[in-house]
Design a protein around this ligand. Structure first.
Ligand code: GN1
Ligand code: MG
Length: 365
């Protein structure tokens, strides 16, 4: 898949007065606008008002070709959750807020789309898992999210990012970019790793083609810092960053959650103990509707998503860092190498990971 160029870093940040005036179109008044989070794609702020604070975000239209579809999906999810008994919904999922004009967005002077969302107060987002308790919470949250949306027809949601998580398409795009790349940017280790493991790229898509894994509603980006923990870090209270919620394979989400939570940054190893905690609590929720093929494809998913993200980072490096925000020109290469090491660690532990899945399957069945 082609990752569209992000022009964000080449544009000057909108001036505070402009931000305040956009914020006022949602809230009537706004006292301050503060940067929020560290996403690589959108521009995100917290707006303080006389009443409740809210989140103000500019949707990166270079990444999301139809920002209105992102907002329509959010509204569809909010309506779906409203139909449930409140005690059945154990997570806060931000809803889009209407502007004074009665729309879910405001356009700025440059025709860029801004939206406002509920702010979930008194929470922290973690950059690494500290203990198995936090991992169990993340696994529960992802499983609960999948369960909450499991009875919403995926066809009701638009595909906000065609090609997202289609690994063979990222691989094909990598080959195209490589053919025209500046040879000084090519990294022999990345190139060799991709060539050696290219056969795994089609694992999930071929299961989809064979009808083994159905389209369901996915989060799309369930990395650790998109789960908001209460201040004491005991419980996940909310799930954020819903732009990539769309029809897809649950396995993209499971692989992505494990790649993010089980990644030991000091040596890029896959932490199996954390993986066990996440999968155990994930299946406590999702095990209710999991099928045989769903279990069969857990290991391929855990192996694939770091491989895929490594290809995405490395391709962006070869293209001059147009998609993922970087602080220095080598950062996407560094990120790619980290993902490939993580993937290698998953491959090294294949027997143990498969044994863990078999034992969890036995307990859930
Ligand atoms: C991007 O912007 P952020 O950090 O929420 C990317 C994810 C990657 C992640 C890696 C739409 O998400 O797929 O896993 O970076 N999102 C998109 O940090 O491409
Ligand atoms: Mg994201």
């Amino acid at each position: 898949m082609r990752e569209p160029a992000r022009l964000l870093k080449r544009q000057s940040a909108p001036r505070m007065t402009e931000l305040l005036s956009i914020a006022r179109q949602f809230a009537g008044s706004s006292a301050a606008v503060l940067p929020l989070g560290n996403g690589l794609i959108n521009e995100t702020y917290q707006v303080l008002t006389a009443a409740e604070p809210f989140v103000l975000q500019r949707i990166n239209a270079h990444v999301f070709p139809e920002p209105e579809a992102v907002l329509a999906n959010l509204a569809e999810i909010a309506r779906h959750l409203d139909r449930k008994a409140p005690e059945d919904v154990e997570l806060k999922i931000p809803r889009p807020l209407e502007s004074e004009a009665g729309l879910f967005h405001v356009r700025d002077g440059r025709d860029r789309l801004w939206r406002a969302l509920d702010y979930i107060p008194d929470t922290v987002s973690l950059e690494s898992v500290g203990d198995p308790g936090e991992a169990r919470e993340a696994g529960f949250a992802l499983g609960h999210f999948h369960r909450l949306l499991g009875d919403l027809d995926p066809a009701r949601l638009k595909d906000t990012l065609p090609g997202f998580h289609i690994a063979p398409a990222y691989l094909a795009r990598y080959r195209e970019v490589l053919a025209n790349a500046d040879s000084r940017l090519i990294d022999a280790d990345c190139a060799a790793f991709i060539d050696r493991h290219q056969a795994i790229a089609d694992n999930l898509e071929s299961a989809k083609r064979q009808g083994l894994l159905p389209l369901r509603i996915i989060h799309g980006d369930p990395k650790l810092n998109n789960f908001l923990f209460g201040k004491g870090r005991q419980k996940v209270v909310g799930v954020v960053d819903l732009d990539t919620v769309k029809p897809g394979l649950l396995h993209y989400d499971i692989g992505d959650c494990l790649r993010s939570c089980c990644h030991r940054p000091e040596n890029d190893a896959f932490d199996l103990g954390i993986g066990e905690a996440i999968l155990g609590s994930y299946l406590g929720e999702a095990g209710r509707f999991f099928t045989g093929p769903d279990y069969d494809y857990l290991f391929p998913a855990i192996r694939l998503i770091p491989f895929e993200l490594g290809i995405r980072f490395y391709t962006d490096h070869l293209e001059g860092n147009r998609y993922f925000k970087v602080e220095d020109p080598g950062q996407n290469l560094h990120r790619a190498l980290g993902q490939f090491r993580l993937c290698a660690s998953v491959i090294d532990q294949e027997r143990a990971i498969r044994a863990l899945i078999a034992s969890l399957r036995g307990k859930t069945a």
